[in-house]
Design a protein around this ligand. Structure first.
Ligand SMILES: Nc1ncnc2c1ncn2[C@@H]1O[C@H](COP(=O)(O)OP(=O)(O)O)[C@@H](O)[C@H]1O
Ligand SMILES: O=C(O)C1=C[C@@H](OP(=O)(O)O)[C@@H](O)[C@H](O)C1
Ligand SMILES: [Mg+2]
Length: 171
């Protein structure tokens, strides 16, 4: 089993999905996103899964989707921001080519405000984002081989940093 070439973790809106696509194109591989896998198998958007079945149910779908993607995908893998909450996922990620993408709260609110709804940031996004980051930063750090800041970088520039940090070669 070879596993993914790059695995992206980090908070909502940091650019995992966007940068994942850029990296995959440069590496000549596919990009897979576990949120997308969950949406496809559940047949509805993540916001509806949260509303209809609750966060705990979503986390179980996510744990299974991440395990499956890690075992069968060899390209770039973007995880959802909360995937690292599962101890099993952190164990599977340990030692892998995992990059923690970082940014500050002002940038986060700007980015997710422009995008698909994130159910965890519906009310008071600044406060919720800070609380999530306080709880999750140690988990992202625990699994990461490299940490890359995204605040003042375009997705292409973030991809450049990841190439350097993991010593990747373009296809
Ligand atoms: N480096 C960047 N600079 C500015 N905007 C970005 C950057 N990376 C992503 N975005 C934008 O931020 C939003 C969230 O990006 P996304 O890739 O969905 O993040 P994630 O998958 O980490 O939640 C999108 O609107 C995307 O176009
Ligand atoms: O951080 C989280 O708990 C979540 C992040 C989202 O993915 P992105 O990080 O790709 O936005 C998505 O999985 C869901 O809304 C929950
Ligand atoms: Mg995403």
């Amino acid at each position: 089993m070879t596993g993914p070439a790059v695995i992206l973790v980090g908070p909502m809106g940091v650019g995992k999905t966007t940068v994942g696509e850029v990296l995959a194109k440069r590496l000549g591989v596919d990009c897979r996103d576990t949120d997308q896998d969950i949406v496809e198998s559940a047949g509805k958007p993540i916001s509806e899964i949260f509303l209809d079945e609750g966060e705990e149910h979503f986390r179980e779908l996510e744990r299974v989707a991440v395990r499956k993607a890690l075992s069968e995908h060899t390209g770039v893998l973007a995880l959802g921001g909360g995937a690292v909450l599962a101890p099993e996922t952190r164990e599977l990620l340990a030692g892998g080519p995992v990059v923690f993408l970082e940014m500050d709260v002002a940038e986060a609110v700007k980015r997710v405000g422009l995008d698909a709804p994130r159910p965890l940031l519906m009310m008071n996004p600044r406060k919720q984002w800070r609380e999530l980051m306080d709880a999750r930063r140690p988990l992202y750090t625990e699994v990461a081989r490299a940490v890359v800041g995204t605040g003042d970088r375009t997705p292409d520039e973030v991809a450049d940093e990841i190439f350097d940090a993991l010593e990747l070669k373009p296809s």
